[in-house]
Design a protein around this ligand. Structure first.
Ligand SMILES: C[S@@+](CC[C@H](N)C(=O)[O-])C[C@H]1O[C@@H](n2cnc3c(N)ncnc32)[C@H](O)[C@@H]1O
Length: 238
């Protein structure tokens, strides 16, 4: 789904404009939406990535760079963070400068669906809350697979819908009332948080997403649910 169904512009343009518009408040509202759990999830992504002892890591849809910053703790690894939103990247670059990590992390402007890297280039690819924003999910996953080395790992952190009906009930209250309310209170773009909530609901999470990963040629797929199933980490191998 697009952030604004009424506009004739592409989903990619709308997503880019939306994240440019909410970049300043993104980190703050993200903490409120995830009840601070985002820090824990990024650490998990780092732990999983570290197991492969990677030298080249690509963090797609890096946004303000928090996953890339976490990945910089992997000894000997060079991290590239890529995003279509220049304003999100600018904030990430400021964090990298402050933490003196310019030699470990490069943040670059780029599109997940058309990566400017040769085949079999990266040891690990991470994508945090990015895949549901892709214009063409399959194209994005195919591109990730292309630039991953043989047996390389793709680690995806994404919103999902809890399977337990009681938890799902509370999940919907939070996502339909609390998240849009935060948007109203703190965001310059009120509709952005409706889109973020609705796109999470529409995203083919859990087994459906595992099937999509399989169709794209990934193997050894594992899923771990976080926050009672409201978020999932998918690990897939090329
Ligand atoms: C919800 S933010 C996630 C940021 C960060 N990964 C995190 O965990 O906080 C989603 C990001 O995906 C980026 N994005 C969406 N479609 C993209 C694409 N096709 N290529 C690269 N980045 C994309 C957006 O610009 C945005 O910064």
């Amino acid at each position: 789904m697009k952030p604004n169904q009424k506009l004739g512009t592409s989903k990619k343009t709308q997503v880019e404009n939306m994240f440019n518009a909410i970049s300043i408040e993104y980190d703050f509202i993200n903490k409120l939406i995830t009840f601070g759990n985002d820090i824990k999830w990024r650490k998990k992504v780092y732990e999983i990535a570290k197991e492969s002892m990677p030298k080249r890591v690509l963090d797609i849809a890096t946004g303000t760079g928090d996953i890339a910053l976490e990945l910089a703790n992997i000894e000997g690894a060079k991290i590239i963070g890529l995003d279509i939103s220049e304003k999100m990247l600018d904030l990430g670059r400021q964090k990298i400068l402050k933490q003196n990590l310019s030699d470990k992390i490069d943040l670059i402007s780029g599109d997940a669906e058309s990566l400017a890297y040769s085949n079999n280039y990266f040891d690990v690819i991470t994508i945090g809350f990015g895949v549901r924003n892709f214009q063409n999910l399959i194209k994005g996953l195919d591109e990730s697979r292309r630039v991953l080395k043989e047996n390389g790992k793709l680690i995806i952190l994404e919103s999902s819908i809890p399977k337990n009906p009681i938890i799902r009930f509370f999940y919907f209250i939070i996502s339909k009332v609390y998240i849009p309310f935060l948007g109203l209170l703190f965001s310059k773009d009120k509709s952005a948080y409706n889109y973020l909530q609705k796109s999470a609901e529409k995203f083919p999470s859990g087994n459906k997403f595992v099937e999509i990963l399989k169709k794209c040629g990934f193997k050894n797929i594992k899923t771990t649910e976080q926050m009672l199933g409201a978020t999932s980490i998918y690990i897939a191998q090329k």
